[in-house]
Design a protein around this ligand. Structure first.
Ligand SMILES: Cc1cc2nc3c(=O)[nH]c(=O)nc-3n(C[C@H](O)[C@H](O)[C@H](O)COP(=O)(O)O)c2cc1C
Length: 160
């Protein structure tokens, strides 16, 4: 099985999650883990599984991830199993704000629009979009999130 994990990351938290996901799959698959800026069209050929992750910024993926997804040709992910994840504020951090809970309910997080776009390009979603929590803006990741990411990756492997 050939898998690719593509991520963007500003402060390093999403990168850590991407590495854990890739490494957890690595024992069962040929896995590449690439920052979105380093992805070339040939990386997408012959893939069985594509996983894309982004920090949630303003309720959305980063511009680099959005642009990458837009550039995938129509039906470019036909026959590819896909999954999406994001990193995001903890629920308690959101609830400390007066206005944020309202907007989060309305606009959500990055993983859902990523998975929608992957499906639109022909990919078959194999697991619901997932979010991993960071403490504050720059992290660190909430305790236990790296383990949760490894479990999530194992669920993906189990679908193969
Ligand atoms: C400008 C900005 C906007 C953000 N917007 C959101 C948001 O809408 N929802 C959320 O849950 N977290 C938001 N965050 C927190 C980020 O999700 C957090 O910084 C990110 O998960 C860290 O990942 P990274 O270390 O890979 O950059 C925002 C952070 C910044 C700096």
């Amino acid at each position: 099985m050939k898998a690719l994990v593509i991520y963007d990351s500003v402060f390093g938290n999403t990168e850590q999650i991407a590495q854990v996901i890739g490494n957890a799959m690595g024992s069962q698959a040929e896995v590449n883990i690439l920052r979105v800026g380093n992805v070339k069209p040939e990386h997408l050929t012959g893939l069985d599984v594509l996983i894309v992750g982004s920090p949630t910024r303003g309720f959305k993926p980063t511009k680099a991830i959005t642009n990458f997804l837009k550039r995938i040709p129509k039906n470019g992910l036909k026959g590819v199993k896909v999954a999406a994840f994001d990193t995001r504020f903890t629920m308690s951090a959101i609830e400390e704000s007066r206005v944020l809970p309202f907007f989060v309910r309305l606009f959500g997080y990055a993983a859902k629009p990523i998975s929608d776009r992957l499906k639109k390009k022909g990919g078959e979603l194999i697991i619901p979009p997932e979010g991993f929590f960071v403490e504050g803006v720059e992290g660190p990741l909430k305790e236990g999130e790296l383990e949760r990411a490894a479990d999530w990756a194992k669920q993906i492997i189990a679908t193969q």
